[in-house]
Design a protein around this ligand. Structure first.
Ligand SMILES: N[C@@H](CCC(=O)N[C@@H](CS)C(=O)NCC(=O)O)C(=O)O
Length: 210
């Protein structure tokens, strides 16, 4: 049942990597009291259809505002809840962060869908994911987060990294250990566990609230 105090409702699917990203940004911003409409597999929502012409999740409703497309949603959350900021101030850096986010969305996120497809498609997606992560892993040789501070870049990569073990994706041979340590740093942040749906918690055998 929607809570009376909350002005925000998030339409989400428990296994959706895009929804996870939005839940993570909400948790990192410390927004605990909002309503989640969790749509099960194949479940359709008449309300969502009315709100979003693409009928896609995640969709966020904040009073009269309806926002869809995960990137637009996380930028909106970052601006609506300014602390802690998850984007740099400098316009050049902002453009660079947006490009890096775009690359992750274009190169990594579609592979998550393929990892759920037929065995042959999933096998190819696993190999491709390892290749893509090889380039990224080199970045973590010396850094704590992707940028100077924890940011929307890390929030975009974290849901992918969380799913690697579940989808039996091998880490890159070169610098794979650095990538694994970076992933662990993200998972150990206080906001990470609260961002998980039950389905996502089960991917790594986490017991919610344990
Ligand atoms: N490009 C999508 C990204 C999000 C996405 O692909 N969401 C999937 C679920 S993970 C979706 O809503 N698919 C249609 C559906 O579930 O009905 C968007 O515009 O929001």
């Amino acid at each position: 049942m929607p809570s009376r105090s909350s002005t925000i409702t998030l339409y989400s699917r428990p296994d959706c990597v895009h929804s996870h990203r939005v839940r993570l940004v909400m948790a990192e911003k410390g927004v605990a009291s909002y309503d989640v409409v969790e749509l099960r597999e194949e479940e359709e929502s008449e309300d969502l259809l009315q709100l979003n012409p693409y009928n896609s999740v995640p969709t966020l409703v904040d009073r009269d505002l309806v926002v869809y497309d995960p990137r637009i949603i996380i930028e909106y959350i970052d601006e609506r809840y300014p602390h802690p900021p998850l984007m740099p101030v400098d316009p050049v850096m902002r453009a660079q962060y947006r490009l890096a986010i775009f690359r992750m969305e274009a190169d990594l996120y579609p592979l998550c869908e393929e990892l759920e497809a037929t065995p042959a498609v999933a096998r190819r997606a696993r190999t491709r994911m390892t290749e893509m992560l090889t380039t990224l892993a080199a970045e973590f040789a010396t850094k704590k987060y992707i940028g100077d501070e924890f940011s929307l870049l890390d929030c975009t990569l974290a849901p992918i990294l969380w799913r690697l073990e579940h989808y039996q994706v091998e880490l890159p041979t070169r610098h794979g250990d650095k990538l694994a340590k970076y992933a662990q740093r993200l998972f150990e942040r206080p906001a990470f566990e609260p961002s998980l749906s039950a389905v996502e918690a089960d991917m790594r055998h986490i017991k919610p609230g344990a």
